[in-house]
Design a protein around this ligand. Structure first.
Ligand code: GDP
Ligand code: MG
Length: 444
């Protein structure tokens, strides 16, 4: 079965599933690549000929010299964007980019507010990187932002700053009691300079893609992952945006229509920052996965929390985004583990305790009739924090699979593992990744 377009790429866990690599691979088949949500807090890494490219705003299609778009759902930090553009242009890779005028701009006071709020939240901090993304979205929703249209127009930029800046300064200094040394004039000068450089990229992304989507092959690159969705994720430890596939329509400005979706599932689970994580590992196996998988943030360098694959997350992601295809990434990392576990469902804590006693080596299911078996992430976060994972155990393969290119050539144990995931999720697996390089891919 071939992959259909238009196609949206969705992270099925807490982000960092390897979306960068899949978008890079699929960009080859696409004509237009669109980043539609998030800001530069989402990092992608793409490896090409041993060289690692880190992208936080430019769509990964940049390496294939495709037509690139930043739609209105994205917020841009203009300095970061300009740095990324110049990085590629220095390597003689032309950046063919269109930025929607409705895109909101991350301002220095967003970063200051981000930091101040995280300090105030203390132990309950979201785990933000202080990049100001959430605060930029707050202003966007409150119609108190600076849009790309304003950034590239000196008069509008000035007017917006005159309205917004004094209040932000008061908030940071008087409400949060933090220092904020930047003046309106400094910010204006710096941002006006960015605006002048970025002006040439202006274009109506909604209008352009409404036409192209019918006749071209449009790829939508989602940032983050399903459980970082600002509504359906593990709230409040989430981002400020929709990360589920349906977000494409308002975030680009498209009418409802069939857009195919591919869910990216890492062969185990990771998450950065705080929040519930039922299958988290705190032992040597977790450390091993982190080291071998290189599970440290692309942007933040923070060690990622690691744990077993959780099918409850995958099922929920499939329901929320109507996933048509799956890609399993980082299967090679599990070569280092003797016994591999997969969470097939949850039970609520009190019942889980009883069932632990009856747990057999390969599988345990609570016998207690009153025990509530949960197969998807519950809507109530108070329930989710009580969920205990129930595992099925698989034998590891302990062979290097990084050079395997055909499914048939995988060790028997790895095939069993993949087939189990496919059967449980009832969505066809189209790709298996066995390494970070473009070539380290098994196509099914
Ligand atoms: P994204 O945010 O979903 O794009 O993922 P990140 O780029 O943050 O994290 C994925 C990391 O895993 C990157 O460093 C990739 O180069 C790397 N990666 C992707 N696929 C594989 C794979 O199959 N095996 C290994 N070992 N690394 C991979
Ligand atoms: Mg990432």
């Amino acid at each position: 079965m071939k992959i259909n377009f238009p196609l949206v790429i969705v992270g099925s866990q807490w982000g960092d599933e390897g979306k960068g690599k899949i978008v890079d691979l699929l960009s080859n088949q696409a004509t237009h690549v669109v980043r539609y949500n998030g800001g530069n807090n989402a990092g992608h890494s793409v490896v090409l000929n041993g060289e690692k490219f880190k992208l936080s705003l430019l769509p990964s299609g940049v390496l294939h010299k495709k037509k690139l778009f930043l739609s209105q759902g994205v917020v841009i930090d203009p300095k970061v964007l300009l740095d990324e553009i110049s990085f590629f242009e220095k390597r003689k890779i032309k950046v063919n980019l269109t930025i929607d005028p409705r895109v909101n701009v991350v301002m220095p006071y967003h970063k200051a507010l981000d930091r101040a709020t995280e300090i105030w939240k203390g132990k309950k901090a979201t785990g933000s990187l202080h990049l100001g993304i959430g605060y930029c979205y707050e202003d966007k929703n409150n119609r108190f932002g600076v849009r790309f249209e304003d950034l590239i127009n000196a008069t509008s930029l000035k007017e917006r700053l005159e309205l917004i800046f004094p209040l932000k300064k008061l908030q940071i200094e008087k409400v949060y009691g933090q220092k904020f040394d930047l003046t309106m004039e400094t910010i204006y000068k710096e941002y006006n300079r960015y605006g002048r450089k970025l002006k040439k990229y202006l274009g109506d992304v909604s209008f352009c893609l409404a036409k192209e989507i019918k006749k071209s092959r449009v790829l939508f690159e989602g940032a983050h992952g399903t459980f970082l969705d600002g509504v359906f994720g593990t709230w409040p430890y989430t981002t400020a945006v929709y990360t589920i596939a349906g977000g494409v329509f308002p975030y680009v400005g498209l009418s409802p229509q069939k857009i195919y979706s591919m869910g990216i599932v890492k062969a185990y689970t990771t998450r950065v920052g705080n929040g519930p994580f039922p299958t988290e590992l705190f032992d040597k196996t977790g450390n091993k996965i982190r080291e071998i998988g290189g599970e440290f943030g692309t942007v933040s360098k923070r060690p990622r929390r690691c744990g077993w694959l959780d099918l409850c997350l995958v099922r929920t992601a499939i329901r929320l985004s109507g996933l048509d295809y799956l890609a399993i990434t980082k299967l090679d990392v599990l070569s280092a583990v003797d016994k591999i576990r997969v969470c097939t469902h949850y039970v609520i804590a009190s019942e889980a305790k009883q069932s632990q006693k009856k747990r057999s080596l390969r599988r345990f299911t609570p016998r207690d009739d009153k025990g509530k078996i949960i197969k998807e992430v519950p809507a109530l976060m108070s329930d989710f924090t009580k969920c205990k994972p129930v595992y099925k155990e698989f034998r590891g393969w302990r062979n290097d699979i990084s050079k395997v290119r055909r499914f048939e050539d995988l060790p028997k144990e790895a095939k069993i593992y993949i087939k189990f995931i496919e059967k449980q999720s009832r969505v066809p697996i189209k790709y298996i990744f066995v390494g970070p390089e473009r070539s380290q891919t098994i196509i099914l």
